[in-house]
Design a protein around this ligand. Structure first.
Ligand SMILES: C[S@@+](CC[C@H](N)C(=O)[O-])C[C@H]1O[C@@H](n2cnc3c(N)ncnc32)[C@H](O)[C@@H]1O
Length: 297
């Protein structure tokens, strides 16, 4: 199966690990909640009657609504008009800065998308006054055929699937109507590795031990209500360990994205240098047995 890739090249995006994720996930669900949707790489590929896309960054949700509500050829024309008007290229920093200034005045969603195509590492950063401030991605970032192809497929899926957008803090999204036919996927910022979206410098809520505890509490509640969940995270990263998560995960199933870590003989030799990426679920997955929980601890 060929997965749809977000046109946003989102920091921390899960496109590269969609195959193991979807092997672990239930095959079909009634409602699929992507609680920390970001670039929406995961939710957009879900096989569900309804997909809920939630993130705290409202500029993302505005963009997805624009993508959903506009014919693709019109959207591509609008993108190309901006590229021509600002003479955007791999080298024209001035044009990029002019578009950035216009976006910060108007907050137009298509301006926002075009900016992410030309920004450094395609990063989305805002300062505390909610001004987009990612520097220009000189010689590196541009709107190209591959982004356009991803955009076309992404928009088509947004229109053909039943996607509902929410812009809420994860604690405020109403999950009370979910049943055992539903599934909640969580890809929060990682406590022990900082992404540009959780450095606390963007006018958005930071991710600290408090949020980490609240999220684990919420997942415990879902489990008590018989609702399936999967949590992406890292147990070890650059010599650090997330001890709270390691302890909590003992109650659930842990699937190692790099399956070598599920092998006891691998043990801790590498834990100071390697990132141990996992998916923690409250259900046993049929499709991913060889990755099942072993004694890494
Ligand atoms: C690792 S990214 C998700 C990447 C996504 N799975 C993908 O493949 O593109 C984490 C996301 O969580 C969002 N986030 C951070 N704190 C949040 C909160 N308190 N409530 C809702 N979303 C939050 C961030 O804005 C960011 O987009």
């Amino acid at each position: 199966m060929e997965f749809i890739k977000s046109p946003l090249n989102y920091t921390g995006g899960k496109y590269k690990i969609l195959a193991p994720l979807f092997e672990i996930f239930p095959e079909h669900v009634r409602i699929f909640v992507d609680l920390f949707a970001g670039g929406f790489n995961v939710g957009i590929n879900a096989n569900a009657d309804k997909i809920i896309c939630n993130d705290q960054i409202h500029y993302l949700l505005d963009l997805y609504r624009t993508f959903q509500g506009m014919p693709t050829n019109e959207l591509i024309n609008e993108i190309n008009e901006r590229i021509d008007y600002f003479d955007l290229s791999l080298t024209n920093a001035e044009g990029y800065h002019a578009l950035r200034e216009r976006y910060n005045d108007s907050k137009n969603s298509i301006d926002f998308f075009v900016l992410t195509c030309y920004s450094f590492n395609h990063q989305i950063r805002f300062n505390n006054s909610q001004k987009f401030n990612t520097p220009f991605g000189k010689e590196r970032s541009s709107y190209n055929a591959s982004i356009e192809n991803n955009l076309i497929r992404f928009c088509e899926a947004l229109r053909t699937k039943n996607v509902e957008f929410h812009n809420q803090d994860f604690l405020d999204l109403d999950l009370s109507k979910l049943t055992s036919d539903d599934f909640v996927y969580c890809d929060p910022p990682y406590l022990i590795s900082t992404g540009s979206y959780n450095d606390g410098k963007r006018g958005f809520k930071d991710w600290t031990l408090t949020e980490e505890r609240q999220l684990l509490g919420l997942l415990d509640e879902l489990h008590a209500g018989n609702i399936k969940f999967a949590l992406s995270n890292v147990l070890y990263h650059k010599g650090m360990s997330n001890d709270l998560l390691i302890e909590w995960s003992r109650n659930y199933h842990v699937y190692y994205i790099d399956k070598r870590y599920s092998n006891c003989s691998y043990q801790f030799k590498d834990r100071n240098t390697k990132t141990v990426e996992v998916v923690i679920t409250n259900f046993e997955s049929g499709g991913y047995v060889q990755w099942q929980q072993q004694s890494l601890f």
